[in-house]
Design a protein around this ligand. Structure first.
Ligand SMILES: Nc1ncnc2c1ncn2[C@@H]1O[C@H](COP(=O)(O)OP(=O)(O)OP(=O)(O)O)[C@@H](O)[C@H]1O
Ligand SMILES: [Mg+2]
Length: 722
C-alpha cells in the first residue's frame, strides 16, 4: 500500500513539474503577446489621431508640411543643382519643411529611402553650422567625402582628424571663421569631449548652431538592434540647446523604440514621419540549402555568374568567421571576385576590403554581422544569406542593404533546417532570443505565405501588395501537403523513451535514429509517406515551432549544444488529436534555377551605360578617391544614356549644375564619340522620354510572374512623386 502511494506521489510530482514548465512557457508567451498588443494598440491610436488609416504611408502631419513655403525655390535649386537629385522621394520635402520651420523631427524611413537629404539640404539652407551625429567612422568618412565632392564645406571631428583641421573646425565653431556648414561627429565626442562641447556652446551662443541631426538614432534605445551606450547621452544636446531643431533618423524602429527615442532625446513634441518598411524594389526569396557545403557554394556561384555577370555588387552573409573565409575562398575558386570581412581582421585589412568593394573593384563581400551599419553603397544588387539570420529584424536590416538606389535587387536566404540549432545555441541566452529566431525560421519554412506579408506582420504594419516580388507570390510552386501524424508520434515516442533513459539527442542524431528505428516504431505500417532525411528535419523544426518539441542547451568546454526534447504539447500529438501536416515541394520548383531565368529582373544595361559606368570609376579613382556612385548615381547614368546631352548646358538639365561643371566635359566627350560612332542599335530604350519621365528616377521593376503568366511592367510603386 505504502509503495502504491509513493509511486502515485512521484507521478503527481512529475506532472506538477510539467505543469510548472507549461505555466512558465505560457507566461513567457503572454508577455510577448502583451507587448505586441500594446504596440498594436498604440499604432491604432496613432492612426486614428492622424486619420491616415487608408494611406500606405503611416505619416502624421504630412498635410501641413506639403504646403508651399518661402524657401521652396531655394530648396529646389539646391536639391537639383548641388545634390543632382531630380525630384523628391516620398516624405523628403515634408521633412525638410518641418526642419526648416524649426521643429524637432523624428524620421523612420526604410534603408536607402533618402534620409541624408532630409538633414543635408536644410543644413545648406539654414544659416550657421549643422552638427551631425553618426555612429561609425566609415559612414562619416563616406558622407564627408561625398559632400566635399559636391563642393559643400563638410568636415568631421574624429580620432582621425589632423590637428590642423581640428584647429580650423574649432575656430569656425568659436568665432565663425572660415567655411563650415556640416560637422560630423561620433556620439563619443558629445559624451566624452568637454572641449568640443564648450566650443559647440560658443557656437550656439553666437546664434550659429543651425541644426542637430542624429543619424541611425535607433542606437539610442536598448530595445533597438544596435544599441550604443554613448548614444544614450545625446539627450544633453536638446537640454543645452533647446531652440535648435533636432532631427533624429533611423530605418527601423518599432513603436516602443520610437517612444523611447523621443523620451531620451527630449523631443517629445517632435513631428513624426513614419514610412512603411516596405521595399518594393527588393525581391525576397528562400532557397533550399543543400546539406553538402560545396553544392551550396556551387549554386551561389552559378547564380552570381549567370545573373550578375557585369560585376554588379553583392554581399554574402555567413554565420561564422571561419565560414566567411571558407565561402570567400570557394567563391574565388568558382571565378567570383570575393573577399571576406569579419571582426577578427585588423581594422586596416577590413577597411581595404570595404574600399575595394565600394569602388566596385571587388564584386562580393562575404561577411559576418560585423559587416553592418557602415555600408553605404547604393547599387548593391544582391544580398545572399548563406546561413540563417538570428531574427526577422536582423534579416530585414542585412537584406535591406540591397537596392538602396531604388533599383530592382534580390535578397536570397539559403535555408536548411539543420542551421536552426546552430543559431539557437548562440541566441538562447538573449532576451526573447529563441522567440526571435523562431520567427525567422517560420518565414523560411513557409512555402506559400507571402514573404513580404511576414515582414509587415513583424513590424506591425498593415499588409501591402507584394506585386509578385517574392518567391512565394511569384512562382506557382508545386506543393503537396502530407499527413505526417505517424512520423510526429514516432518522434515524440522516441524522445519520451530516450528521456526515460536519461538520454539526450541533438536534432541530427534524432533524425538518424528515426531513420534506423522507423520499422521498430511501426511508422512503415502507417499510411504516412516515407520522408527523406531533410524532410524529417523540416518536420522536427515544425514541431519545435508548434511547441510539441523544445530545445534545451548544454555547455561543453568547446561549445554549447542544442538538444531536442519534449515540449509542452507533446501529449496532444501522441494522442493524435490534431493531424500533423507537412508541406513538401514536389515539382521542379525545388530547383528554381530554371524559373530564376524566366523571372529575371529587368536590369539590362546598354553599351552607353557601361561606358558611363567605366568613366565614373575612372573619375572616382582620379578625384581624391571618392566613390563612383558619388560621381554619378545609377539613375544619373540611365538618364544620361536616355537624353545623351553633349553640351554642358544640356548636361545641367540632366545632372544638375555642380556635377555638370565638374564632370560634364568628360561625359559630353564620351557621349559625342558614342553618338558619332553610331552605336545606338543596342539601346534598350531609344524612345524619347515624355516630360513626366524626364527628370524623375523612373525606376522600373519587372513584376515577377506566376508560372505561365506574362511579364508585367510596373512603376516602382510608391517611392516617387506621391
Ligand atoms: N529624391 C531622390 N532621388 C533619387 N535618389 C535619391 C533621392 N534621395 C536620396 N537618393 C539617393 O538614394 C540613396 C540612398 O540615400 P541615403 O543614403 O540618404 O539613404 P538612407 O535613408 O540614409 O539609408 P540608410 O538607412 O541605409 O542609411 C543615395 O544614393 C541617395 O543619393
Ligand atoms: Mg543613412
Amino acid at each position: 500500500m505504502e509503495t502504491d502511494f509513493m509511486e502515485e506521489l512521484l507521478l503527481v510530482e512529475a506532472e506538477m513539474q510539467e505543469v510548472q514548465e507549461q505555466i512558465k512557457l505560457l507566461l513567457d508567451r503572454q508577455e510577448v503577446l502583451y507587448k505586441k498588443q500594446s504596440e498594436l494598440k498604440a499604432l491604432l491610436e496613432e492612426r486614428k489621431e492622424s486619420g491616415a488609416s487608408a494611406n500606405n504611408n503611416v505619416t502624421t502631419e504630412v498635410a501641413d508640411w506639403s504646403a508651399t513655403f518661402e524657401w521652396d525655390a531655394q530648396a529646389d535649386d539646391t536639391r537639383f543643382n548641388i545634390f543632382g537629385i531630380s525630384s523628391y522621394r516620398a516624405n523628403q520635402r515634408e521633412i525638410i519643411n518641418a526642419v526648416m520651420s524649426g521643429r524637432d523631427v523624428l524620421v523612420i524611413m526604410a534603408a536607402g529611402g533618402g534620409k541624408s537629404l532630409c538633414y543635408q539640404l536644410p543644413a545648406l539652407l539654414r544659416d550657421g553650422i549643422s552638427l551631425i551625429v553618426s555612429p561609425l567612422l566609415s559612414l562619416i568618412q563616406d558622407q564627408v567625402m561625398g559632400l566635399m565632392a559636391l563642393g559643400i564645406p563638410a568636415y568631421m571631428l574624429t580620432s582621425t582628424t589632423s590637428k590642423d583641421i581640428e584647429k580650423t573646425i574649432y575656430k569656425a565653431l568659436e568665432k565663425g571663421d572660415g567655411d563650415l556648414k556640416m560637422l560630423y561627429v561620433t556620439p563619443e565626442k558629445i559624451s566624452k569631449s568637454k572641449r568640443f562641447m564648450s566650443k559647440l556652446e560658443k557656437c550656439h551662443n553666437n546664434g550659429r548652431l543651425a541644426l542637430i541631426s542624429i543619424d541611425e538614432a535607433h542606437c539610442c534605445s536598448q530595445w533597438g538592434h544596435d544599441f550604443r551606450p554613448d548614444y544614450k547621452n545625446l539627450g544633453i544636446l536638446k537640454i543645452q540647446f533647446p531652440h535648435v531643431p533636432v532631427i533624429a533618423l533611423t530605418a527601423t524602429a518599432t513603436y516602443k523604440v520610437q517612444t523611447d527615442l523621443m523620451e531620451m532625446l527630449h523631443i517629445a513634441n517632435c513631428v513624426k514621419f513614419v514610412r512603411t518598411v516596405n521595399r518594393p524594389n527588393l525581391f525576397y526569396k528562400v532557397h533550399e540549402k543543400s546539406s553538402i557545403g560545396k553544392m551550396v557554394i556551387h549554386q551561389i556561384a552559378q547564380y552570381i555568374r549567370s545573373s550578375y555577370h557585369n560585376n554588379e555588387s553583392g554581399i554574402v552573409y555567413c554565420f561564422s568567421r571561419k565560414e566567411c573565409e571558407q565561402v570567400a575562398m570557394e567563391l574565388r575558386e568558382h571565378g567570383i571576385s570575393a573577399e571576406y570581412y569579419h571582426a577578427d581582421m585588423d581594422v586596416i585589412a577590413r577597411e581595404k576590403v570595404h574600399l575595394r568593394w565600394s569602388n566596385s573593384k571587388l564584386q562580393v563581400i562575404v561577411g559576418t554581422v560585423a559587416f553592418g551599419m557602415g555600408i553605404n553603397k547604393p547599387d548593391v544588387r544582391f544580398v545572399i544569406h548563406h546561413s540563417l539570420s538570428k531574427s526577422m529584424e536582423t534579416y530585414y536590416q542585412e537584406s535591406g542593404r540591397a537596392g538602396r538606389d531604388g533599383l530592382p535587387s534580390e535578397c536570397i536566404l539559403y535555408y536548411k533546417p539543420s542551421d536552426v540549432p546552430r543559431q539557437s545555441s548562440m541566441v538562447f541566452y538573449e532576451k526573447s532570443g529563441l522567440q526571435n529566431l523562431y520567427d525567422i525560421v517560420r518565414y523560411c519554412q513557409s512555402k506559400q505565405i507571402c514573404r513580404r506579408a511576414a515582414i509587415f506582420r513583424h513590424f506591425g504594419e498593415p499588409l501591402q501588395d507584394c506585386n509578385g516580388m517574392c518567391d512565394n507570390c511569384a512562382y506557382g510552386k508545386e506543393l503537396k501537403e502530407f499527413e505526417v501524424t505517424g512520423h510526429a508520434k514516432a518522434i515524440v515516442t522516441l524522445l519520451r523513451d530516450m528521456q526515460d533513459h536519461e538520454q539526450r539527442t541533438t536534432m541530427l542524431q534524432l533524425v538518424d535514429k528515426l531513420k534506423t528505428k522507423k520499422k521498430e516504431l511501426g511508422v512503415s505500417s502507417n499510411p504516412s509517406p516515407d520522408l527523406k532525411k531533410e524532410q524529417l528535419e523540416q518536420l522536427v523544426i515544425q514541431l519545435l515551432l508548434d511547441r510539441v518539441l523544445k530545445e534545451e542547451f548544454q555547455h561543453t568546454a568547446y561549445a554549447t549544444n542544442a538538444y531536442v526534447t519534449l515540449g509542452p504539447l507533446w501529449k496532444q500529438t501522441l494522442q493524435g488529436n490534431k493531424p500533423v501536416r507537412l508541406e513538401i515541394c514536389t515539382g521542379q520548383r525545388q530547383n528554381d534555377d530554371v524559373s530564376e531565368k524566366d523571372c529575371k529582373l529587368d536590369r539590362s544595361s546598354s553599351v552607353l551605360e557601361a561606358k558611363l559606368d567605366k568613366l565614373r570609376k575612372e573619375i572616382s579613382s582620379s578625384d581624391g578617391g571618392i566613390f563612383p556612385h558619388a560621381v554619378l548615381s545609377t539613375q544619373h547614368i540611365s538618364l544620361l544614356s536616355i537624353h545623351k546631352p553633349t553640351s554642358i548646358s544640356q548636361m545641367v538639365e540632366v545632372i544638375g549644375k555642380v556635377k555638370a561643371e565638374k564632370y560634364g566635359s568628360k561625359i559630353a566627350e564620351l557621349i559625342r564619340n558614342y553618338v558619332e560612332a553610331g552605336q545606338t542599335s543596342d539601346e534598350p530604350n531609344n524612345a524619347e522620354p515624355n516630360d513626366a519621365d524626364k527628370f524623375s528616377e523612373n525606376e522600373r521593376i519587372t513584376k515577377r510572374p506566376r508560372k505561365n503568366e506574362a511579364h508585367v511592367i510596373i512603376q516602382s510603386s510608391d517611392d516617387e512623386n506621391d
